[in-house]
Design a protein around this ligand. Structure first.
Ligand code: CO
Length: 170
């Protein structure tokens, strides 16, 4: 198992758009397993391939459902086929440390794609899982949480990053 480096804002690689996966093979499954490992190692609830510098349209998520049961998923080539309602949950991101903002998302979505085994996957999600999925799909489109922030918040965040790098702290 490998734990990947997670790229952080404003690294340009986060703006790359993911490419559709054409072949689901052992190498891709190993990549997904490493994504799980990387997400869990960083105590994240979701991780997109973009965040580890890969261009595969793949994300993983680990979000408890309403009954507090853990739901660990990997989705290849995700597409939203239904969306309704509006929800606004405060979000954080492993690629944007020390930054949290609420983002307006659809409250309920249905996505299609493939699972780790290459089987067709149709998934209905609400609440936190719906938010996490839309957040991860943003990453696959080169969009980060910072892009959802107001100009003022974005500039303040960039200033705080500059200060940190000057003082040599992480
Ligand atoms: Co993120």
């Amino acid at each position: 198992m490998t734990v990947y480096r997670i790229y952080t804002y404003p690294e340009k690689i986060l703006k790359h758009k993911a490419k559709e996966v054409r072949t689901i093979n052992g190498a891709l499954q190993e990549f997904i397993d490493n994504m799980y490992e990387t997400m869990h190692g960083a105590s994240g609830v979701g991780l997109a391939a973009t965040q580890v510098g890969q261009e595969n349209a793949v994300f993983v998520a680990d979000v408890p459902d309403e009954n507090d049961r853990r739901r660990i998923i990997a989705v290849i080539n995700p597409v939203i086929v239904e969306s309704e309602g509006v929800s606004s949950i405060e979000e954080g991101c492993l690629s944007v440390p020390n930054f949290r903002i609420p983002v307006k998302r659809a409250a309920r979505i249905v996505i299609k794609g493939y699972d780790r085994e290459g089987k067709d996957l149709v998934l209905e999600a609400t609440d936190l899982l719906a938010t996490v999925i839309q957040h991860e799909m943003d990453h696959l489109n080169g969009v980060t949480l910072v892009d959802h922030a107001s100009l003022l918040k974005r500039e303040a965040y960039l200033r705080s990053l500059k200060k940190q790098s000057k003082s040599g702290k992480e």
